[in-house]
Design a protein around this ligand. Structure first.
Ligand SMILES: [Cu+2]
Length: 274
């Protein structure tokens, strides 16, 4: 079943994806068994209780308890799926990666119709944001007078992550509700204005061609169809290289994609200041 479903699914490139796909396969097995069983029973009932075969109604009804037992069997399987598989999976999903795993933390701000990604930069601290500073060239409203903001990196519709390193994405939105979806990472999370929802995943396969999609999985307006981005999963040294080449956010230039700068104009490091 897993192999069959995999034909219709994007590849799985995340650490937790295999568990999710297995659960998905088990649910499909249960549904297939129920479908075949109840479908066959329906056809049997149509034949067995047709007016031709049963000209007179039977007022006693069914005497055996097999339908009760089959219902109980279905309920038991459902409880097993929920308690043994789904709840532990949910627990893992809801537990943030340990700090010693050195997770990459980014903010993701959805808007009609784009994804703004905000990296904290070398100092690991997100710069201050102010809604009054939001302009077309500074879509995140980053306050560049804040020392923590000086080395921050912003990208548009491009999410760069590192292989085998947990990623925590703080998902939010500027306008309407969007849904942040990374099919290859088995990640889907609503982006809700005014809320910061942290979700996490660990990529275990790399892709630097950008053909893994960031999709908006919620109809969010007329331009919904073009609200898509690219996910890049770099190997460790390449990710460091990308980080170094990404220009620090600068509201005086169009914020979008990072412009590789030959001399990274890093401000004096403010390690441990925040
Ligand atoms: Cu959207």
């Amino acid at each position: 079943m897993r192999e069959f479903l995999a034909k219709y699914m994007p590849i799985d490139a995340s650490a937790h994806g295999a568990d999710l796909d297995r659960l998905n396969a088990m649910v499909h097995w249960l549904m297939l068994i129920l479908f075949v069983f109840w479908g066959a029973y329906f056809l049997y009932a149509v034949w067995r209780f047709s007016a031709k075969r049963s000209p007179r109604a039977n007022y006693a009804g069914m005497q055996s308890h097999w339908s009760t037992w089959s219902e109980a069997g279905v309920a038991v399987v459902e409880v097993v799926l929920l308690v043994v598989f789904s709840i532990p999976l949910w627990y893992r999903w809801a537990t943030k990666p340990e700090p010693q795993t050195h997770p990459l933390e980014v903010r993701l701000v959805a808007e009609q119709f784009a994804w703004n990604v905000h990296y904290p930069g070398k100092d690991n601290a997100f710069g201050r944001r102010d809604v009054n500073l939001v302009t077309s060239t500074n879509p995140l409203g980053l306050d560049l007078t804040d020392p923590a903001a000086k080395d921050d990196i912003t990208t548009l519709n491009q999410l760069h992550v590192e292989m085998n390193r947990p990623v925590i994405v703080h998902v939010t939105s500027k306008d309407v509700i969007h849904s942040f979806s990374l099919p290859t990472m088995r990640v889907k999370q609503d982006a809700i204005p005014g809320m910061d929802v942290p979700i996490h995943f660990t990529p275990i396969k790399s892709d630097v061609n950008g053909d893994w999609e960031i999709a908006c999985a919620q109809l969010c307006g007329l331009g919904h169809y073009r609200m898509r981005g690219q996910l890049f999963v770099h190997e460790h040294p390449d990710f460091a290289k990308w980080m170094a080449s990404a220009a620090p956010a600068n509201p005086s230039t169009p914020a979008p994609n990072p412009i590789p700068s030959p001399t990274p104009a890093q401000p004096p490091a403010v390690t441990g200041a925040m």
